[in-house]
Design a protein around this ligand. Sequence first.
Ligand code: MSP
Length: 658
Amino acid sequence: MAEKKTFYITTPIYYPSGKLTIGNAYTTIAADAMTRYKKSRGFDTFFLTGTDEHGLKIEQKAEAQGIKPQEFVDKMAASYKDLWKMLDVSYDRFIRTTDEDHVKAVQKIFEKLLKQGDIYLGEYTGWYSVEDEEYFTESQLAEVYKDDDGNVIGGKAPSGHEVRLVKEPSYFFRMSKYADRLLQYYKDHPDFILPHSREKEMVNNFIKPGLEDLSVTRTTVDWGIPVPSDPKHVVYVWIDALSNYITALGYGSDDDSLFKKYWPADVHLVGKEIVRFHTIYWPIMLMALDLPLPKQIFGHGWVLMRDGKMSKSKGNAVYPEMIVKRYGLDALRYYLMRAIPFGSDGIFTPEDFVERVNFDLANDLGNLLNRTVSMINQYQDGHVAPIAADQDEFAQDLIKTAKETIAEYQKQMDALHFSQALDSVWKLISRANKYIDETTPWTLNKEGKSEELSKVMSNLAESLRLVAILIAPVMTQSPVKMFEQLGLDWNNEDQKKLEFGAFDWNIKVTEKPTPIFPRLKNDIEVKYIKEEMKKAKPKKKTRSQQKEEKHITIDDFDKVKIQVGQILSVEPVKGSSKLLMFKLDFGDGNERQILSGIRKFYPDASELLDKKVLAVTNLKPRKMLGHESQGMLLSSEKDGQVKLAIVGDEHEVGAELG
Ligand code: MSP
């Protein structure tokens, strides 16, 4: 027997930083639908998804919850797996960038690139946004703040988040060396980047102006994969993240049989904002590793809301759990794959969602099934005869539509055009509904034309059988129910041949028809979705409120060491509009350095010299803009005004509060 052709598909690995929205579910459902489709076409498939767990943002989220990053990502990854289970997403591997095999393989990849000179040590200077977890050059900033001399001292990223200047030693990847080869590769593989418009964007905006070498390590982040030969550096996000597509298959580990079998990937599905990383950095990394490039990168659009991108803090995010609980999984999967052509942006509105469920699912599909099964029961005692050899004009047109639908559907699915593929299925559904109007089975029954009636019923049942098979990659539950109501068995492969007349019916329909999609009351459901969205909006609590909610014990308080310190020197931190750097004496003979973000409240910081202040001295040291801060100065805040907690001379330097 000939070996099956393989098909390897991936989603981006998600940052485990918060609850996933229907926007994230969009890519994963698309990948799942494609895998199911390819499987049905006889491919040996591998579907990869996972989580991108390293980096400063995750470190900070964990800190905010008072837990270790590992514990935090463990919790998040488990919740993502639960979500995929609920959405019937059947991946072959869920890779986590903290998985041991991944970590080891990334270290190997890094050392190999370093050894062969593709990676070199330099110094990184740039503007960093913690929230976006992205570094920017000055010209990429949406807004810059300048001091009196015109020097840029801060600014905002395109997302609106604050950035800060970072200067640190860093390893760089020599990207420019591969630019020509990459351009040539695009030329030789015109479908490498889809939709095609995204290729032009890459070439004109990024490659032609000249590729900058990419900074690939950080010394200011702890939560990452250490560089084995220089462990104060951790591998910075993209080398770590992108490698997942090969490490998941065993590249760089002892058993690389999956890698040999499935690589290169057939398609990486990615959101449009990360196309650049996948079509420039990733191919170049692979060229440097002397590995084949993925066959295709598909950059899909975003699921937007009327007021722009979905965001938790804006309170306009829609979460899949709510939709599935009330409307069923298939309604969500169908909506996402049908309403937004893959590659374009689309706007989710509660009105549009309810309308689609009503029109497409309850009316068109649901009614066709319901009417057909009812009539088979009513007129033929539940019997469906084999498909007749001779068919009238109406039937021939129905059969022709079925044939065309299958061909069109496969063409569109092969091109990842989920929405257009479903369009073609709904053409067949409409045609079958029209066929009922044309043949008026109730008249045939009244007139006793049983032979004709039986043909019509079989043709309708056969159309529904095909529809169930065609929607199955996208909708995982309805086809099984449709088969049951038609007296078929979803596990019987003979009944799943995708051709009109390929199944020899002669079956007794036993199930009484039950609507697979109940009709929704428009106003009520639109209101319901809107209210649920409001409920999901996080309510902002002040730090003080948060503290009040939780009592601490005396043991908790005892953990904090607060001491009186005297300020020996204070100066602004270069490149920061916020930070002051203090040197303090705590009476133990050692000078302690503490950074504090109070610059704007003390324009003349020299007034603080010699003052005695309170500081937490057993806080874990952390680096800010490359400087270590060995504690925290206490201050009070009211109405936006911050004042250091200065104490009188009666307090001894080094004295401990308690
Ligand atoms: N960790 C990186 C990817 C590394 S891949 C080697 C990342 N993670 S992410 O969690 O921020 O985003 C993952 C994917 O979700 C992206 O492809 C992004 O486009 C997608 N989406 C997030 N919100 C979305 C919508 N509202 N709509 C469609 N896709 C969206 O980037």
